[in-house]
Ligand binder design. Structure first.
Ligand SMILES: CC1=C(/C=C/C(C)=C/C=C/C(C)=C/C=O)C(C)(C)CCC1
Ligand SMILES: [Fe+2]
Length: 327
C-alpha cells in the first residue's frame, strides 16, 4: 500500500474522488443475481440428468463454502477501524489492531468452547445468529423503517438458511447426529419452517413490490426460487459463496478506507484486486484449518459436522463486527 493511500483507520481521503462508490454495490448485486440465476438453471438441468447420483451436489457445496470464506477475512481490520473511531483519543494503530484481533479471537474461542460443551443449545443459538446475520445483509439496502426491516431480516434470513435445512431433513439430521447423537431438534421444526417461511417470503416480496422496491422484490423472489427448488446443499452453498459473500465484499469496498480509495480512483476490478491481496493470508489460514479438519473426517457428513463448530465459532465475532459496522 503506498503512503498516499489511507489505511484501515479512519482518515480523510486525500485527493478528489474520480469515480463514485455506487459501482461496488451495483457490481455485487449484478454478480450475485447472475450467479443465483445460473445456479438455478444448471441445478435444474443437473437434477434431471444425474440419474439420482448427487455427487455433484457435494462439489457445489465445497466450492460455495470456499468462495464464502474471504468475505470475513478483513473482519479484524474492520473491528480495529470501528474501535479506533469510538476512542476519545487517537491510539497507536498497531495497538488498536492487536486489541481488536485479540477480542475477535477470544470471542471465536468462546463460541467454539460453548459449541463443544453444549452442542444442542449452541446449535440453536448459531442458527438464530446466522438467520439474523444473513437477513440483515439483505435488508440493509431496502430503505424501509425499522419494524419492517426487522421482520424482513427474520423472514429472508430464515428463507435462505432454514428452508434448505428443512427441505433436506435427513442430511440435517445426519449432520446433527454426527455432531452429538444426544442433540434433538424440536419436533415438527421442518414442517413448521416449510409451512410458514416461504409464504412469509411471498408476502415480503409483495410488500416490497407494492411500495415500489421492485429490485428488492425480485431479489427476494429469486432467493425463494433458489431455496425451494434446488437441492438443499446447493441452495445453501450458492447463497453463502455466490450471494452473501459477494454482497458483503461489495459493501466492504466502500466501507474500508483503503479499498474505497482504490475504488474511487481506479474502479471495481482494481479494488477487488486489492481486496484479494488483503484477504489472501487470513483465507489461507482458514483453508489450512479446514484441510486439517477434513483430512480426519471419513465421510462428507463427518466433514460437515467437523466444520460446524468452527463455522459457528467464527460466525460469532463476524456477525458482531458486521452488525457494529451497520449500526
Ligand atoms: C446446521 C447445518 C448447517 C448450518 C450452517 C450454518 C448455520 C452456517 C452459517 C454461516 C454463517 C452465518 C456465515 C456468515 O457469514 C450446514 C453446514 C449447512 C449443514 C447442515 C447442518
Ligand atoms: Fe457473513
Amino acid at each position: 500500500m503506498s503512503t498516499a493511500e489511507p489505511g484501515w483507520l479512519p482518515t480523510s481521503h486525500p485527493g478528489r474522488p474520480t469515480r463514485p462508490a455506487a459501482p461496488a454495490t451495483d457490481w455485487a448485486r449484478r454478480t450475485s443475481t447472475t450467479v443465483a440465476v445460473l445456479a438455478c438453471l444448471l441445478s435444474w438441468t443437473a437434477s434431471s440428468w444425474d440419474g439420482g447420483d448427487r455427487g455433484w451436489v457435494w462439489t457445489v457445496a465445497v466450492v460455495g463454502l470456499l468462495a464464502g470464506i474471504p468475505h470475513g477475512a478483513l473482519d479484524h481490520l474492520q473491528a480495529a477501524r470501528l474501535l479506533a473511531a469510538r476512542r476519545p483519543a487517537p491510539a497507536p494503530a498497531l495497538l488498536v489492531l492487536a486489541a481488536a484481533a485479540t477480542a475477535y479471537a477470544a470471542l471465536a474461542a468462546a463460541g467454539y468452547l460453548l459449541f463443544r460443551a453444549l452442542p444442542g443449545p449452541a446449535l440453536l443459538l448459531f442458527l438464530a445468529l446466522s438467520v439474523l446475520h444473513f437477513g440483515a445483509g439483505e435488508t440493509v439496502g431496502w430503505g424501509v423503517e425499522r419494524g419492517a426491516r426487522r421482520a424482513g431480516t427474520l423472514v429472508v434470513g430464515a428463507l435462505v438458511l432454514l428452508v434448505p435445512l428443512a427441505r433436506d431433513r435427513s442430511l440435517t439430521g445426519e449432520v446433527v447426529a454426527a455432531l452429538d447423537p444426544a442433540v434433538r431438534l424440536p419436533a415438527g421444526w421442518a414442517a413448521t419452517v416449510l409451512l410458514v417461511v416461504p409464504a412469509a417470503a411471498v408476502l415480503v416480496a409483495a410488500a416490497l413490490a407494492l411500495t415500489g422496491r421492485t429490485r428488492a422484490a425480485a431479489e427476494v423472489t429469486l432467493l425463494l426460487v433458489l431455496a425451494c427448488t434446488t437441492p438443499a446443499l446447493v441452495a445453501l452453498a450458492v447463497y453463502f459463496g455466490g450471494w452473501h459473500a459477494v454482497r458483503h465484499t461489495g459493501r466492504l469496498l466502500t466501507e474500508h478506507p483503503g479499498l474505497h480509495h482504490v475504488l474511487r480512483t481506479r474502479g471495481v476490478p482494481a479494488a477487488l484486486g486489492r481486496f484479494t491481496a488483503l484477504a489472501a493470508l487470513p483465507t489461507l489460514v482458514v483453508l489450512a484449518g479446514l484441510g486439517t479438519l477434513w483430512a480426519g473426517a471419513g465421510t462428507p457428513v463427518a466433514a460437515v459436522a467437523a466444520t460446524l463448530p468452527v463455522l459457528a465459532a467464527v460466525t460469532v465475532p463476524h456477525s458482531l463486527v458486521v452488525a457494529w459496522g451497520v449500526a
